[in-house]
Design a protein around this ligand. Structure first.
Ligand SMILES: NC(=O)C1=CN([C@@H]2O[C@H](COP(=O)(O)OP(=O)(O)OC[C@H]3O[C@@H](n4cnc5c(N)ncnc54)[C@H](O)[C@@H]3O)[C@@H](O)[C@H]2O)C=CC1
Ligand SMILES: O=C([O-])CC(=O)C(=O)O
Length: 348
């Protein structure tokens, strides 16, 4: 009786992992990966850490937060996967939490409430990201940073400037996570056009706030036709989707579960490429060359050291060109604000 029960349990468990791994296209390559989640006790941090704990791509998970990580860590550590969990709490343990990590995911910081813009988070989150980046520069300067904390348009330049100050900057390793914009664009387009969402892919470029989010609907795959009204309403919905969640949550924060899904997908892609998988592409907000702004999100080919190369924005329509012009104006200000903060305000 017991052996039948064990067999059934094992079968169910294997099926779960197989489906999970398929979903995230996880390959089981051999490198040892240690991932740190900074802000691990938060609305994003907890479900994101859960998804990472379940992945065969992650060997060790380091959880850092200024509160509650001991509980989150104890809880996650009971899950029957190979990934080892360590937890660190408070400023005194910040440096230790980053020892030996090769990828750091950062969802630390305050979320929006209704009526706020992402830029309204700057005053609090700029210092949080700068402090964490400073610690990374000291302890794990080779690590790849995946920055979720808003305003991403500014926090990515902030982390970059901190790395430059410490003489350990590599533009290949500082990535702003915009994956949720792509996840949303895929979902909304598939819903509107009756497509299989698992096979729908829409690049989203620019930045990660309002007008700076530029979906390239003309490049949707499979190819679909949109009326002008559809283009307007889809573009607006994708640009305002974060606000849609903030308003629905009515003061209880912003997107956490869909962000954890998107953050896990992004991290798995980074890890797969680190492990040697070829052809891994995700959109990300990174330092840009030959564009009108010094940072810009485009589809990025990942490699063993992070960014291998930007695949650019490709062929776009006049409609999309106009959206980009609007985005560029706002992005320039956001980037300048981040750079100025590190060089004129921040005291490490
Ligand atoms: N890039 C994106 O697409 C998205 C970004 N976000 C952003 O992610 C951030 C986190 O959002 P939530 O998890 O919902 O917020 P939350 O408030 O639920 O969690 C944030 C966590 O960060 C921790 N924290 C605060 N200061 C810290 C520090 N100095 N070091 C380490 N941890 C610290 C808090 O203790 C808390 O556990 C926000 O800035 C939000 O705007 C949210 C959704 C999507
Ligand atoms: O809207 C927010 O504040 C959180 C976020 O970045 C998103 O959900 O895209």
């Amino acid at each position: 009786m017991n052996s039948i029960k064990n067999h059934l349990l094992k079968t169910a468990r294997n099926k779960f992992y197989t489906n999970f791994n398929k979903k995230f296209s996880v390959s089981q390559l051999a490198n040892a990966n240690k991932v740190a989640v900074m802000g691990a006790s938060g609305g994003i941090g907890q479900p994101l850490s859960l998804l990472l704990k379940q992945s065969p791509l992650v060997d060790q998970l380091s959880l850092y937060d200024i509160q509650h990580t001991k509980g989150v860590g104890a809880d996650l550590s009971h899950i029957e996967t190979k990934c080892k969990v360590q937890s660190y709490v408070g400023q005194d343990q910040l440096l230790e939490s980053l020892e030996g990590v090769n990828v750091v995911v950062i969802p630390a910081g305050v979320p929006r409430k209704p009526g706020m813009t992402r830029d309204d988070l700057f005053n609090v989150n700029a210092t949080i990201v700068a402090d964490i980046a400073t610690a990374i520069a000291k302890v794990s300067p080779e690590a790849i940073l995946c920055i979720i904390s808003n305003p991403v348009n500014s926090t990515v330049p902030i982390a970059s400037e901190i790395m430059k100050k410490h003489g350990v900057y590599s533009s290949k390793k500082i990535l702003g996570v915009t994956t949720l914009d792509i996840v949303r664009a895929n979902t909304f387009v598939a819903e509107l056009k009756g497509l299989d969402v698992t096979k729908t892919s829409v690049p989203v470029v620019g930045g990660h706030s309002g007008n700076t989010i530029v979906p390239l609907l003309s490049q949707a795959s499979p190819t679909v036709q949109f009326t002008k009204e559809e283009l307007d309403s889809l573009t607006k919905r994708i640009q305002n989707a974060g606000t849609e969640v903030v308003e629905a949550k009515a003061g209880a924060g912003s997107a956490t579960l869909s962000m954890a899904f998107a953050g896990a997908r992004f991290t798995f892609s980074v890890l797969e490429a680190l492990n040697g998988k070829q052809g891994v592409v995700e959109c990300a907000y990174v330092a840009a060359e030959g564009l009108e702004t010094s940072y810009f999100a485009t589809p990025i080919l990942f490699g063993k050291h992070g960014v291998e190369k930007s695949l650019g924005i490709g062929k776009i329509t006049d409609y999309e060109q106009q959206l980009i012009q609007t985005a560029v104006k706002e992005l320039k200000g956001n980037i300048e604000k981040g750079i100025k903060f590190v060089n004129e305000v921040y005291k490490s």
